[in-house]
Design a protein around this ligand. Structure first.
Ligand code: PAF
Length: 283
C-alpha cells in the first residue's frame, strides 16, 4: 500500500489509474479504524479496481468544546490494518494541506442538516459535506463507501452528490456490532465499564422498535413508545432524540415500512452514542 499526504500526489496516482482504465473507490475516514471501517474497504474492493482510504480528522465538523483534540488517533495501527485488508493507497493529509487558509466556503446541507444530529451539533453537517466534497474533488472516485451507522451523513452525502451532479456512486455498508449489539465506533474507547454496560441500551431500543413493527405496529409513535419503554430500563442513558424517517428522504413519515430508518442518539456519562437500523433488515 502506498501512502501520500499531498493533494497533488493523490491526484497524480488517481490520474494514472484512470489512464489505465481502472475504476477507483474512496473510503473516507477519520482514522482509529475498527472492523466497521475495514468492512467498508472490503466492499470498496468488490466495487472497484483500486481503493483509496483517507484518514483526516476534520476540524470543520467539530464544534468548540467537542472532542477534536482528544479524538483517538493511531496512524501506524491504521496503516497496518488498511494494508492487511488490501487498500491500495492511504491519503492522510495534514490540516494545513486540507485547509491552507481558514475555510470560508461551506457546503450548506439545507433543512435536513439542522435536525436530529444537526440540531444537537449545529454546523456539523456543513463541515462534513465540505470535507467530503473536497475529498471527492481531490481523489476523483467512481464509488465512495460509507457506513450506515452515520445514517444522516449518508443521506446528506447521497443528496449532495445527486443535487450537485457528481458522477459518484454512494455505497452504504451495514453497521458492524459487538456480540451484545453495541455498534462499533471509534468513540467507544471513551466508555468506562459502567457506561459500556448501558451503551447497549441503544441497540436494545432499536430491537424493541423492530419487534413493535413485526407485531403489526405501523405508526411511528407506536415504535417510539416501545423504544422509550425499553430505554426506561437504562436510566443512565440521556436520550437526545429518536428519529423514525424515510430511508431515502431522511424525513418523518406517517406510516413505517421495511425501508424506514429508526435512529436513536443518547449520552452515557461523557460519551455521545448514535445508532440506527433499517426496519426490514433489523440489527
Ligand atoms: O464518518 C466520518 O468518519 C467522517 O464524518 C467523514 C465522512 C470521514 C468526514 O470527515
Amino acid at each position: 500500500m502506498d501512502e501520500v499526504t499531498m493533494i497533488a500526489e493523490v491526484r497524480g496516482i488517481r490520474d494514472g489509474w484512470r489512464r489505465a482504465g481502472l475504476e477507483v473507490a474512496l473510503v473516507p475516514t477519520m482514522g482509529y479504524l475498527h472492523e466497521g471501517h475495514l468492512r467498508l474497504v472490503d466492499e470498496a474492493k468488490r466495487r472497484a479496481d483500486r481503493v483509496i482510504a483517507s484518514i483526516f480528522v476534520n476540524p470543520l465538523q467539530f464544534r468548540p468544546g467537542e472532542d477534536l483534540d482528544r479524538y483517538p488517533r493511531d496512524l501506524p495501527r491504521d496503516r497496518a490494518l488498511l494494508e492487511s485488508r488490501g487498500a491500495d493507497l492511504l491519503f492522510a493529509p495534514a490540516t494545513r494541506e486540507m485547509y491552507p487558509a481558514p475555510a470560508m466556503v461551506r457546503v450548506d446541507p439545507g433543512a435536513l442538516g439542522t435536525v436530529y444530529e444537526g440540531a444537537v451539533r449545529p454546523g456539523h453537517f456543513a463541515g462534513v459535506l465540505t470535507v467530503v466534497g473536497k475529498l471527492f474533488n481531490q481523489t476523483g472516485p467512481d464509488v465512495a463507501v460509507f457506513g450506515q451507522k452515520d445514517i444522516q451523513q449518508v443521506t446528506l452525502v447521497t443528496r449532495m452528490v445527486r443535487e450537485l451532479d457528481w458522477p459518484i456512486e454512494i455505497v452504504v455498508v451495514p453497521t458492524v456490532r459487538e456480540p451484545d449489539g453495541l455498534a462499533l465506533s471509534s468513540r467507544n474507547v471513551y466508555l468506562g465499564p459502567e457506561d459500556r454496560r448501558d451503551a447497549v441500551g441503544l441497540s436494545e431500543a432499536l430491537g424493541a422498535a423492530r419487534s413493535a413493527w413485526q407485531a403489526g405496529g405501523r405508526r411511528p409513535a407506536e415504535l417510539e413508545t416501545a423504544m422509550r419503554e425499553r430505554l426506561a430500563g437504562r436510566p443512565r442513558l440521556a436520550v437526545d432524540y429518536i428519529a423514525i424517517v424515510g430511508g431515502e428522504s431522511g424525513e418523518p413519515l406517517d406510516e413505517v415500512d421495511e425501508r424506514t430508518i429508526v435512529a436513536v442518539a443518547a449520552r452515557v456519562g461523557p460519551t455521545r452514542l448514535i445508532d440506527n437500523i433499517t426496519l426490514g433488515r433489523g440489527l
